[in-house]
Design a protein around this ligand. Structure first.
Ligand SMILES: Cc1cc2nc3c(=O)[nH]c(=O)nc-3n(C[C@H](O)[C@H](O)[C@H](O)COP(=O)(O)OP(=O)(O)OC[C@H]3O[C@@H](n4cnc5c(N)ncnc54)[C@H](O)[C@@H]3O)c2cc1C
Length: 338
């Protein structure tokens, strides 16, 4: 069990800035996110779109904002736990215990829930028989590409993930790229590389078609795909990778005994604490009179929550308000040499 000052649920912009606000107060945090990378909505929904209302940053894309937030928290050497969904939150006297779907456990006096609109989860294959192969030979993400070596892989999807993994895994496995439309959505240079691989006979592309059935008992032996004209084709396959995008689910957050208002968590706007002492909520997931679902609001919310986190994590110390421009202590924590 990992012991820490604050557990942050969600690595969106608000969770990332929470690391900073806790860090300059001398608190250590860890961050858990269901996705395989930081950035939340900014990275998953609009990485290339410009944002125009981050204070003092006239224009930056979702990806640039995430990169800068990660750069800003570098001095704190924070540990991130990606591809893990927080499922359970339990009380242990003055502390909280958090358990993830990978059975990792963390304990802290504080939790900041920066869960946005809930956890991003993969849109799964709709075939009933897919469930029994999930996690064994059907995957919705690649966590360790070594596990995909020397296989017959059928990759479903028409976006960046499907194309990027086709390129990468074709270096050491046989790939069928299958999409329900003729056109793929990807960067032009990626599409050009894909076409070249097909021309050289290194991959096989099947469009426009959908998955009709999966054959096999313990392991997958083959799949059958159906084309728009009704024709079918059986393809030797032992592994399926499916990239049909992500859906947002509030998920387990609703079961932690917190006061909910529709799909958001009610907080006290003095310190962004929920009805449970030591559990805070900030960013899109929290609600209070006048709440605006903006990134800048989330930044303010974690600044205030971090003060209360300090009081709970260091009850014997007095909290001192300090400016970053003049505080030697904060500058030391930021690793600045004077
Ligand atoms: C198209 C678009 C354009 C936008 N433009 C702007 C703009 O111009 N300006 C602006 O201020 N805002 C804009 N927004 C809104 C802004 O993106 C959100 O306000 C912001 O992302 C909220 O940040 P967050 O950190 O609270 O949550 P999110 O960014 O939603 O991140 C939450 C993270 O928590 C994770 N999570 C949730 N539950 C769990 C769990 N149980 N376990 C593990 N992880 C979990 C999720 O996987 C996710 O990564 C825009 C939004 C969209 C969709």
């Amino acid at each position: 069990m990992i012991k820490i000052d604050t557990i942050i649920i969600g690595a969106g912009p608000v969770g990332l800035f929470a690391v900073h606000q806790l860090g300059i107060k001398g608190l250590k945090s860890i961050v858990i996110d269901n996705l395989d990378k930081a950035g939340g909505q900014c990275i998953e929904l609009y990485p290339d779109k410009p944002i125009y209302d981050i204070p003092a940053v006239p224009e930056c894309t979702g990806e640039e904002l995430t990169k800068n937030l990660l750069e800003q928290i570098k001095p704190f050497n924070t540990e991130f736990f990606y591809n893990e969904r927080v499922d359970e939150v339990m009380q242990d006297k003055e502390n909280w215990i958090v358990k993830t779907n990978n059975n990792n456990e963390f304990t802290a006096p504080n939790i900041i829930i920066a869960g946005g609109v809930g956890s991003f989860e993969p849109r799964k294959l709709s075939l009933k028989e897919a469930v029994k192969f999930e996690g064994k030979s059907i995957f919705y993400a690649v966590k360790n590409k070594e596990a995909f070596k020397n296989k017959n892989i059928s990759i479903f999807g028409g976006g960046d993930s499907a194309l990027d993994w086709t390129l990468e895994l074709s270096k050491f496995s046989k790939i069928n790229l299958i999409h329900r439309r003729d056109e793929f959505r990807g960067a032009p240079h990626t599409l050009a590389e894909i076409k070249k691989l097909e021309k050289d006979g290194k991959i096989s592309i099947k469009t426009p078609c959908q998955l009709e059935s999966i054959e096999g008992d313990k392991d997958i032996a083959s799949i059958t795909i159906k084309f728009e004209d009704g024709k079918t084709e059986k393809i030797k396959t032992d592994t399926i990778l499916s990239f049909f995008g992500l859906i947002m689910k509030l998920g387990p957050i609703a079961e932690w005994g917190l006061n909910m208002n529709k799909k958001t968590i009610e907080v006290n706007s003095e310190n962004f604490q929920t009805n449970k002492k030591g559990i805070f909520a900030a960013g899109d997931i929290c609600s209070y009179p006048g709440k605006l679902k903006l990134i800048l609001s989330g930044f303010h919310e974690v600044a205030l929550a971090s003060v209360e986190c300090f009081k709970r994590a260091r009850p014997e110390e007095k909290y001192r308000f300090e400016f970053t421009t003049s505080s030697k202590t904060i500058q030391d924590r930021l690793g600045l040499k004077k």
